[in-house]
Design a binder for this molecule. Sequence first.
Ligand code: ADP
Ligand code: MG
Ligand code: ZN
Length: 631
Amino acid sequence: MATPPNGPGNSKQPEKNPQPLIPKQYSFLWFSAAIFLMVLWLQDDGQTRLQELAYSDFKTAVVNGQVSQVTLKEEEITGQFTDSGNAAFSSDSTSQKSAESFHTIRPPMEDPSLLNLLEEHQITIRAAPSGLPWWQELIRSFLPWLLFLALMFWFWGAAQQRLTQGGNPLSFSRSKARRARKETSTTTLDDVAGIESAKREIAEIIDFLKAPEKYRALGASMPKGVLLVGPPGTGKTLLARAIAGEAEVPFYSISASEFIEMFVGVGAARVRDMFQEARKDGPALIFIDELDAIGRSRGAGLGGGHDEREQTLNQILTEMDGFESHENILVLAATNRPDVLDSALLRPGRFDRKITLDRPHKDARAAILKVHIRKVPLAPDVDLEQIAALTIGFSGADLKNLVNEAALTAARENLHEVTSHCFEVARDRIILGEVSDAHLSPEERTAVAYHECGHAIMAYYLPNADPLTRLTIIPHGMAMGMTEQTPREDHVTYKESYLRDRIKVMLGGRCAEKLIYGEVSTGAQNDLKEATALVRRMIGQWGMSEKIGPLGLNIGEEHVFLGREMGMPREFSEKMAEMIDAEIQAQLLSMEKQTLDFLTEHRDQLETLAKAVLEEETLSAEDVKGILLKE
Ligand code: ADP
Ligand code: MG
Ligand code: ZN
């Protein structure tokens, strides 16, 4: 089947550098040992067999004529015994080599009698300059600096060496923890649900990795790179693992953000390593997650790290160009921002295949749920189809989370099975967040009720808005209340009428406050922000304004922080910008007026609904319907 480990795939493998006699990482040890010895030598003044004397003993020896000469150096006195002195002071009488010299310290007080005493006994007096000879002083004062510099050079050199060789066992880029992880994946395609078209496409890739000869006999070569594109949590990483698991090839994975390192060049070295090892393994899969972290258009973005990113990216490109089709390495990369990728990455011969994963639609959600409930004991009342219908907008990861939360809820309530109630609780927790214990005064609570009912009335009556499903004034997370709407179906595109009704629902909360209290509160901040952003895009991107016309402008684009928009000049004039701003304002004002008029017309319903929700705290769609129909 596969190319043997020493097949032609390895011919490009570079020779290992011969090891130097003293491995470079030990040279520093040698160097410091040498310095240490030198310090010892400097401390030792070259005098051996020195007899330590007490100062008083020394004076006695002088008086007794046992000293022949002395050298005075500040408080230190060294000197030599006469023969008789030698005999008297030798510590080891049996030893031939008894002490000939002595050493003593003068008390720090002046002793003017000493010189007289020495002269009296006709002892040769020498004086030594205080301190060390100049060159020793020099070395001593510079030694710490020398050591410091040596250390710096060593670190620097070592880092350089790692970068250039990449083969050193102590190097950062290959340190076990940070290395690209090689694994044998146990994930199979059965674990991936709901993305049938993507699965069909990768079936071919798996087949090729398993039996490359079949394809090569026909002169076909496989794409070198496959790009998995999709929003977070849609199963990109999962799919990559499944490919490796099905094809039974080694799987090298690394997240692109891990490439970004302190030292410029480490990322590139890591890429080189990863490809080198994968090559050794014959058919193998390399998976680079979050490719946009390095593969972003060059020259875009703010802040530092450009060099590092660029070098890493260039290395990936070089490696992908460098390997031959017979090497059977497939590079998979995942990103949720294909729009910011450098065009060099998307050229043929690199990531020329693209597999797009979308948020799952209803049937796909049901299929994904089925995968994740495999190990969960379900109560008979659980209807997966219904759960799938109620989880519009959930990604695969969200659904997995939902099943897990439901199981946790069941455990908390000491159930033996996971019931549909558990799923409801879990869904609420995911959508709304935890119930918060924000404490509202009665007036505030009433105001929140009117605000939410304003949203609810609009959602209930407007024909194009998403149907109202629930209304609550129990604070969840940051929100003081919540009007929940569930789309009738999964949307791919939106009509203008839908968007307008949606904005009116958003403005309903603020307008209800205005209507009831004659003024507004800070509670509508988020509503206004969302409404403004939406109108901006309607006008700027989707041409939904008669005044501005069918212009597609680069305004209101998301992910400004990723750098694309920052680097891009505004492609319309100052005058146009003014017109757009005026149009945004005009549209918002007009929609606010329509909403306010609508609520004024339905004031009675608003008051009734607010009363009901103040009593019940939470109303379902049926409750709301019952109350409003009675009116
Ligand atoms: P991404 O890499 O696209 O952000 P992941 O592959 O990490 O998403 O998905 C996270 C988890 O969500 C997976 O481990 C898997 O359990 C679940 N999941 C996502 N998509 C699917 C799917 N299509 N089928 C089954 N499980 C899925
Ligand atoms: Mg992922
Ligand atoms: Zn609101």
